[in-house]
Write a protein that binds this ligand. Sequence first.
Ligand code: AMP
Length: 390
Amino acid sequence: MDTVLVVNAGSSSLKFEVFSIEGGLSRRLKGQMEGVGTAPRLRIKGATEEVLADHQHSQSEVPDLQAAMRLVGAWLRESHEGRLVAVGHRVVHGGPEYGRPVLIDEKVLADLERYVPLAPLHQPNNLAPIRAILARRPDLPQVACFDTSFHRGHSAVADHYAIPERFFAEGVRRYGFHGLSYEYVASRLPELAPEIAPGRVVVAHLGSGASMCALFNGRSVESTLGFTALDGLPMGTRCGQIDPGVILYLLNQKGMTPDQIQDLLYKDSGLKGLSGVSNDVRALLESEDSRAAFALEHFVHRIGLNAGMLAAALGGMDGFVFTAGIGENSPEMRKRIVEKLEWLGAKLDPERNAAGHLLISTADSWLRVYVVPTDEELMIARHTLASSRA
Ligand code: AMP
């Protein structure tokens, strides 16, 4: 059995999936090492969700991502039957140059290192497994799949900030992220929602990271995310759009250091910061604390505003698609959000929404509203197979 390995390495977790490739890509296993450096736990499930491994490790066994990679690599070599033919990696930043997935060699790796300053929290973790596999198996094709690529067709007007052009030239642009998720959803629309697929569609990727993307005929034309994954919607722990003057205030008046501000904006803001209760929408919905309700109200308000912005970018809206953890699993949040889209002609079908149907708007709703589960790993596997065979 020939297989493709998909790797998604973050700062405290290492996620991986294995797909067999004969007769079409099919998921064989899915695992993650969570709590790297704190309370490491390796969990692996098979194709039918059966538990293949569930090990708690000590902090000293898995102090960092390198150790997590060694452990996962050892497990895969020992326990996984099949011949690995390629590895696909989720890489957050493809910079201005990489508009599509790329087969990795030393030159590409050097280019991707140059983008570390554009995504200092994510890019180094994404590149570490590539380097480790390159050292161990230089013959094995590895493909980098970027969160930015899908948005590289945006117009120059959409990609610019109104600051002097020299900054754009050095890479300060509105890149947009969650591109693998949007690309997957866009690839499903012709089959699942043929009446909106060629038209003006806004996709809301609402998970612990959250953004929205405007699609015209399946291509991204605008995104709520920009230079970094901090912009746009408030997220689990990230602030979303904020007046840059707030950063100047924190620096100049509060005497905060850049690192403190970075932590505040990435880790202690968003739903967590605003509610003081949790970054998890499930916990906020259950909470009786008024700050939890306020944080959700703010989240929905910002989604409504951003939907209007993307409708303007598209000159109207034919379809709205929910995806990712909140979008796929929370009828309550979908209901609150669709209320904000009523002015665009959206009418929710409460039964279809509660039952988690694909189409959740009524038959006479002008705006068609869908729920389409995303699958970024499958998208990476598809790209990896295509790029490694090209
Ligand atoms: P993701 O990043 O796509 O895996 O989404 C993770 C987030 O989805 C969690 O932090 C939760 O806030 C949210 N989520 C998952 N399931 C539910 C649910 N049933 N109701 C509300 N939110 C959910």
